[in-house]
Design a protein around this ligand. Structure first.
Ligand code: KIV
Ligand code: ZN
Length: 517
C-alpha cells in the first residue's frame, strides 16, 4: 500500500438482519431486496441479508438477495451448530461472493445462563463451527457474542482458535452496548497485542447503542486497527439499535485529518437508503438525527443564516449534496413531460423503470402536480415506492369520500377493487381515520389488529403529501403498510390496504387454505 493511501475500512451492513430484529421492523422479501439493491449501489462491502435458520422467510430472503446482488458480498448468520451452518450455506449458494458469519457467546454470564455450557465446550464449538463453515466458503466470519464482557484470556484463546480454524474476519460485538470508547479501543488494542495470528484476519466491530455510544465505540476501534465496521441504516437494530452507517461513514469522510481511513461508500446514496428503510419499516427518523434528520442541514437562527449566506462552511461541516440532498438538476411541475419524468427517476437513482410502472407513476405524478405548487424529489420517491408496491396486490384503493369536522358523525364512503371487482361501503367512526378503517373492514372482513398508525409529512408546507404507516398484526405476524397522498385520509386508506395485502401474501405463504378474507 502506498504510504499516503488511507487505510480501507470495510462497511458491513446488517440492516436486513440485526436491523430487522427491531420489534415491528419486519420486512418482506421484495422490500429486503429493494434495500439490498440500494446498499449494493451505495458500495457496501458486505450485506448481512438474514439468519437463514430463523425462519423460511429469512432463508428465502437471503437466497433472493444472494441471487441478485453481484457487487457486494452477501452474508448469512448462523449459530455454531452444523444445522445452522448448512442452512446458511444453502441460502447463500447462488451468491457471486458469499460469507458465512457464525457466532457463539463467550462471556461468563452468557455461557452460564444462556448456553449452559462450560468454557471448554464453547472453545471446541468455536473450532468445530468455523472449520465446518470453511467447507462451504473461504470467507468465514466468527463472532464471540457479548465479546466486550468476555474475560480477556478466554477471548484471546477463542479468537486465536477461530483464526487457526480458518476465520478470515473476527468480529468483536459490544452486544449489550455496555462499552465506552476508551475501554473498547483498549480491548481491540489488547487483541492486536496478544493474539499471535491476529494478522491473518480482519478485525471487525459490531456495537449496539444502549448508551448512545455505538458510533463512538466503532470509530475508537478503527483507530486501534479494526478494519471492518458493522452497522445499519438509520441505526436500526435490537433495542436501542446498532451503529448508524451514515454517521460512521460521514464521520470518517469529514474527519480525515484525525481518521485517515477510506470506505467504498458513495455517500450521495445515503438519503435514499435512509428514506427507504424508514418508509419500509415505519420507523421515522427523528428530525435532529445526525446526517439524515430533516433538520440536519436546516439553519433556523438569523445569525446562522447570515453566516451561511456569507460562507456555507461557517455552519456546515459537510455539504447536503454529499449525502444526497443535492440541488436537483430537473425541477418537476405540471408541465413536465414523460421524458423528463423518466430522466428524473434516473437522477433519483432508480435506473430504468418498466413502461407499465412508468405509466402509472407518471399518472399519479400529474394528479399531484395539479394539486400541489411544487413537486419535490421526496414526493416522487414516495409515489414510485408506493406504485411499485401496489402492482401485484389483490386489494386496490379506488376512491374515498370523507365527511368530518366537529359536528359529526364522521363518515367514510370507500370504494376498493378486490380481486378485480369494485365494491363500495359507507361506515361511520370515531373520527375520519376510524371511519375509513371501518369501511375497509366492511369490504374486506379480517381479524388483524391495528398496532401502529403514524403520519408524517413528506415535505414542508400545508400542501405537503402525507406519508402514513399502518402496522397490522395477525397471529403473531406483523406487517407495515405505507401510503402517501396529498390527502391524509386517502394516504391512510392506501397504507391500510397495503398492510392488508402484505398480510395476505404472508398468509398465502404459510397457509394457502386461509386465503379468503
Ligand atoms: O449483537 C451481537 O452480538 C450480534 C452477533 C450475532 C454478532 O448481533
Ligand atoms: Zn447485534
Amino acid at each position: 500500500m502506498n504510504a499516503q493511501e488511507p487505510r480501507r475500512i470495510k462497511i458491513f451492513d446488517t440492516t436486513l438482519r440485526d436491523g430487522e430484529q427491531s420489534p415491528g421492523a419486519s420486512m418482506n422479501l421484495e422490500e429486503k431486496l429493494k434495500i439490498a439493491e440500494v446498499l449494493e449501489k451505495m458500495g457496501v462491502d458486505v450485506i448481512e441479508a438474514g439468519f437463514p435458520i430463523a425462519s423460511n422467510g429469512d432463508f428465502e430472503a437471503v437466497r433472493l438477495v444472494a441471487s441478485k446482488i453481484k457487487d457486494s458480498t452477501v452474508c448469512g448468520l448462523a449459530r455454531s451448530s452444523r444445522r445452522d451452518i448448512d442452512r446458511a450455506a444453502e441460502a447463500l449458494e447462488p451468491a457471486a461472493s458469499k460469507r458465512i458469519h457464525t457466532f457463539i457467546s463467550t462471556s461468563p454470564l452468557h455461557m452460564k445462563f444462556k448456553l449452559q455450557m462450560e468454557p471448554e465446550q464453547v472453545y471446541r464449538a468455536v473450532i468445530d463451527s468455523v472449520s465446518y463453515a470453511r467447507k462451504f466458503t473461504d470467507d468465514v466470519e466468527w463472532s464471540p457474542e457479548d465479546g466486550s464482557r468476555t474475560e480477556h484470556d478466554f477471548l484471546c484463546r477463542c479468537v486465536e482458535a477461530a483464526i487457526e480454524a480458518g476465520a478470515r474476519t473476527i468480529n468483536i460485538p459490544d452486544t449489550v452496548g455496555y462499552a465506552i470508547p476508551s475501554e473498547f479501543a483498549a480491548l481491540i488494542e489488547m487483541l492486536f497485542n496478544r493474539v499471535p495470528n491476529i494478522d491473518k484476519a480482519v478485525i471487525s466491530v459490531h456495537c449496539h447503542n444502549d448508551l448512545g455510544l455505538a458510533v463512538a465505540n466503532s470509530l475508537a476501534a478503527v483507530q486501534k486497527g479494526a478494519g471492518q465496521i458493522e452497522c445499519t441504516i438509520n441505526g436500526l437494530g435490537e433495542r436501542a439499535g446498532n451503529a448508524a452507517l451514515e454517521e460512521i461513514v460521514m464521520a470518517l469522510k469529514t474527519r480525515q485529518d484525525l481518521m485517515p481511513f477510506a470506505t467504498g461508500i458513495k455517500t450521495e446514496n445515503i438519503m435514499r437508503a435512509s428514506r427507504l428503510v424508514s418508509s419500509i419499516t415505519g420507523f421515522p427518523v427523528q428530525p435532529n438525527k445526525a446526517i439524515v434528520g430533516a433538520n440536519a442541514f436546516a439553519h433556523e437562527s438569523g445569525i446562522h443564516q447570515d453566516g451561511m449566506l456569507k460562507n456555507a462552511q461557517t455552519y456546515e461541516i459537510m455539504t447536503p449534496e454529499s449525502v444526497g440532498l443535492g440541488h436537483s438538476k430537473l425541477v418537476m411541475g405540471k408541465h413536465s413531460g414523460r421524458h423528463a419524468f423518466r430522466e428524473k427517476l434516473k437522477e433519483l437513482g432508480y435506473g430504468e423503470v418498466g413502461d407499465n410502472t412508468l405509466q402509472q407513476v407518471f399518472g399519479r405524478f400529474k394528479e399531484l402536480a395539479d394539486k400541489k405548487k411544487e413537486v419535490f424529489d421526496e414526493d416522487i420517491v414516495a409515489l414510485l415506492d408506493e406504485t411499485v408496491a401496489e402492482t401485484s396486490e389483490r386489494i386496490r384503493f379506488v376512491s374515498l369520500g370523507i365527511q368530518c369536522g366537529s359536528k359529526g358523525p364522521q363518515k367514510a364512503e370507500l370504494a376498493l377493487e378486490i380481486d378485480g371487482k369494485t365494491t363500495e361501503a359507507t361506515a361511520t367512526g370515531n373520527g375520519p381515520v376510524d371511519a375509513t378503517f371501518s369501511a375497509i373492514k366492511a369490504l374486506f372482513p379480517h381479524e388483524a389488529k391495528l398496532q401502529l398508525y403514524q403520519v408524517h409529512a413528506v415535505t414542508q408546507g400545508t400542501d405537503a403529501q402525507a406519508e402514513v404507516t399502518v402496522r397490522l398484526e395477525e397471529n403473531g405476524r406483523t406487517v407495515n403498510g405505507q401510503g402517501s397522498d396529498i390527502d391524509t385520509m386517502v394516504a391512510s386508506a392506501r397504507a391500510y390496504v397495503h398492510a392488508l395485502n402484505k398480510l395476505l401474501t404472508k398468509r398465502q405463504k404459510t397457509a394457502p387454505a386461509a386465503l379468503s378474507a
